[in-house]
Write a protein that binds this ligand. Sequence first.
Ligand code: HEC
Length: 150
Amino acid sequence: MGQIEYALYMVIKILKWLLAVVVLIQLIPFGHTHTNPPSTKEPAWNSQETRALIHRACFDCHSNETTWPWYSHVAPVSWLLARDVNGGRSHLNFTEWDKPQTHAKDIAEQVKMGDMPPWFYLPMHPNAKLTDADRQALIDGAEKSVGPQK
Ligand code: HEC
């Protein structure tokens, strides 16, 4: 076997292993359930605009109304998404406002710092991008809808 044939043989061998791994990790159950539990209560929104802004930028991770895209069914992406949604809902859930939401006061800070929505969410969800004006409107709306921000 010449050097090029050998290199090709190794590349194909590695690709076959990778494929096997990708197929096998699909069997790991974490990330399989895409639940949207019932929404029980939303904040008393000061306006439809505030709700619309938060709906498009935050609801996928901070509500029980997550839109699960097709790639949320494919490991390892499914694991990352399940982790984000579980973590997001447990910190702040705009559709369970009948439960204590201790992070409600942190919305302005997170949005101002640009930490929320997370940067890695935006390439696949361009609709969630906020302009400076959107950010200000969201912060003002949050203040009026969910209470004082810190
Ligand atoms: C891609 C999922 C995702 C989106 C979209 C998202 N968040 Fe988050 N958010 C999280 C996760 C996960 C956490 C848990 C803490 C962490 O990992 O930083 C969190 C935490 C938070 C917290 C608590 C932070 C703290 O520790 O004080 C606030 C407040 C928050 N998010 C607000 C928002 C707002 C407002 C939006 C929309 C403008 C938004 N998030 C959009 C995933 C998301």
